[in-house]
Design a protein around this ligand. Structure first.
Ligand code: ATP
Length: 214
């Protein structure tokens, strides 16, 4: 069956309103009813997440309950081997080889995109929706990515619908300068992180004593 899928992958350590609002705005701009959060298992691009994968998955599920049509794909967390985006996209394509598949990534992640495993294959498996984030200028884009943009960039999100994969669109979302790093630092210092992420996620963090200095 052909589906339309929109995904946002991340460490979600923890998930916050920057992630949720960006995905919501892209989902709505694409006119889609559903979107999927994909928490990373063992992310190849960073030293180590602070919270174990099962807690990050649980927090992502709690956050997803806030909105109808928001789902969570546990594939990367449940996989025993290292999780790479390309494997997740291959997995999704095994189910649905021709459907519309778009992946949201922040500009900060896009600037390093040519270091991702099999990044060129990723571009053949899905569309990329690159969202603006404060403080990450396009000027720093490596040459390989400039070339890719020249070949694949389309005018706007609407233009993606003419294809099932392979195009890149930029989209500006409401700038919420929230990062998981900031939230972890606040919590470690015993300070409030309220209104940066859903209360239900904060409650989970408190119950599980995540991110607190011991
Ligand atoms: P950390 O501070 O631990 O590096 P993070 O807050 O950047 O984490 P990630 O889980 O690494 O969160 O991000 C997942 C994806 O969401 C990335 O593509 C990232 O660019 C994007 N993203 C993160 N925070 C925001 C935000 N405030 N606004 C828009 N996009 C965001």
């Amino acid at each position: 069956m052909q589906k339309k899928r929109l995904i946002l992958g991340g460490t979600f350590d923890p998930i916050h309103y920057g992630h949720l609002r960006a995905l919501e705005e892209v989902r709505e701009a694409l006119g889609m009813a559903e979107a999927t959060l994909v928490p990373a298992g063992h992310p190849p691009h960073r030293q180590s997440p602070w919270a174990p994968a099962e807690h990050r998955l649980a927090m992502t599920r709690i956050a997803a309950q806030q909105a109808p049509g928001l789902g969570v794909l546990a594939y990367e967390v449940e996989k025993s081997s290292r999780s790479y985006t390309v494997d997740t996209l291959r997995h999704l394509r095994a189910d649905d080889s021709d459907g519309f598949l778009a992946m949201v990534i922040g500009m900060d992640a896009f600037l390093r995109f040519d270091t991702w495993k099999d990044w060129q294959e990723i571009l053949d498996l899905a569309h990329l929706v690159v969202i603006g984030r404060p403080g990450w200028p396009m000027a720093e884009l490596p040459e390989a990515l400039r070339q890719v943009l020249y070949e694949r960039r389309v005018e706007d999100l609407a233009a993606l619908h003419g294809h099932s994969r392979g195009k890149i669109a930029f989209h500006t979302v409401t700038a919420l300068e929230i990062s998981a790093t900031q939230i972890r630092s606040l919590l470690a210092a015993g300070r409030s992180a309220r209104f940066l992420l859903p209360d239900a996620v904060l409650d989970y963090i408190a119950r599980q004593r995540l991110y607190h200095e011991t």
